[in-house]
Design a protein around this ligand. Structure first.
Ligand code: AFP
Length: 345
């Protein structure tokens, strides 16, 4: 165990590689320190009055839980004294302008999956690090491909930090005895051998035809066009789904659907889809809306939602093919007809 390089050593080596690298290293080190604090809080759960109870709603109307707020406070305290030009969080209505001379901006989802807190499931912190533009009002309107680094922390059986600095994906696991993150897996690659799909099937009647067609292909197994059987997983926690895909391949979909407010899906572009997309592509996978590459997109607003299809490239490509199928496109938004009962597909 002592052989594995520590996260701080890894960051120290990176910090000499570019003008922005010291600031990026400092931000990731701070996020890692905050993560150990958040992990302790989660691990004690109700005992520490850090429950999954809701305290209200955040600026975008999502239910806000004790731990969402506490995780956000811990991260902002750790990041607050660093050279960061602008900070954005799912728990903040607007970005916070910090050090105008700094070279980087940071966007965070402090605690993703928090609806799983009270059932003791894996949740996580997601982060995206961008260059600071001259006009800081544009800090979080950059294309995903502009990211300098991205990653997420899983608070599960292990507290692990999945990280890309733009040169592959590494996973660092927190070693409690040594009180530090150590390299557990380097150069992680998304397996092409993908027989696992992940989507909330309870929303099937609301999906557009291409998504329904893809999932029906998975369900048809060897009797259908995919000519092989699939397994299904739905954890309800993006970081857990992403970690699984990095470990054994597969595809995750949170598409847009016909429910009110879900016209662009549920996940946020800036601090969820962009970082996940950088991680997936750096690991040899793909991330798309079903029509467009996530990293080609730039947010028009901080909490903008986006459909997300990510994982093994062959499967993401299949979803994109179906979105280009004229017959499926022509069939329009089947959910509308399905609800009225005129056409059931
Ligand atoms: P919460 O943070 O509110 O638990 O939402 C988690 C999440 O954004 C993402 O992590 C899951 O993949 C997705 O929502 C689950 O959404 P459904 O509850 O609609 O299945």
């Amino acid at each position: 165990m002592t052989g594995q390089i520590r996260l701080d050593e890894h960051l120290q080596r990176y910090s000499t590689t570019a003008p922005h690298a010291p600031a990026v290293s400092g931000a990731i080190d701070a996020i890692a320190s905050a993560a150990t604090e958040i992990a302790d809080l989660i691990a004690t759960g109700d005992l520490a009055d850090a429950s999954g109870l809701t305290t209200g709603r955040n600026s975008d109307g999502d239910l806000q839980r004790d731990l969402d707020v506490q995780a956000d406070m811990i991260l902002r305290r750790r990041l607050g004294s660093l050279p960061i030009a602008a900070l954005a969080s799912e728990e903040m209505r607007e970005p916070q302008i910090c050090d105008r001379e700094a070279k980087i901006c940071v966007a965070i989802d402090p605690l993703d999956g928090s609806s799983n807190i009270d059932i003791n499931m894996t949740v996580g912190t997601i982060f995206s690090i961008l260059p600071a533009p001259d006009d800081l009002d544009l800090a979080f309107h950059q294309r995903g491909s502009a990211q300098l680094a991205a990653g997420f922390v899983t608070y599960g059986p292990q507290t692990s930090l999945v990280l890309t600095l733009g040169d592959g994906v590494d996973i660092f696991t927190f070693d409690r005895r040594a009180d530090c993150f150590r390299l557990a897996r380097s150069g992680v690659q998304v397996s092409e051998a993908c027989d696992e799909f992940s989507i909330n099937v309870s929303n099937r009647r609301h999906w557009d035809p291409p998504v329904r067609a893809f999932v029906d292909e998975c369900l048809a197994g060897v009797d259908g066009p995919a000519n092989r059987n699939f397994n299904m997983r739905w954890i309800g926690s993006l970081v857990a789904e992403a970690y699984r895909i990095l470990t054994r391949g597969g595809i995750f979909l949170y598409p847009s659907d016909a429910r009110p407010g879900y016209g662009d899906g549920r996940l946020r572009l800036t601090y969820e889809a962009h970082p996940m997309a950088m991680i997936m592509e750096q690991a040899g996978g793909s991330a798309s809306t079903g029509r467009e590459r996530i990293l080609d997109l730039s947010a028009q607003s901080l909490h903008q939602r986006v459909p997300l299809v990510m994982g093994s490239s062959a499967e993401v490509c299949r979803v994109e093919e179906l979105h280009c199928d004229p017959l499926l496109v022509a069939s329009g938004s089947a959910p509308l007809f399905a609800r009225r009962g005129f056409f059931r597909v």
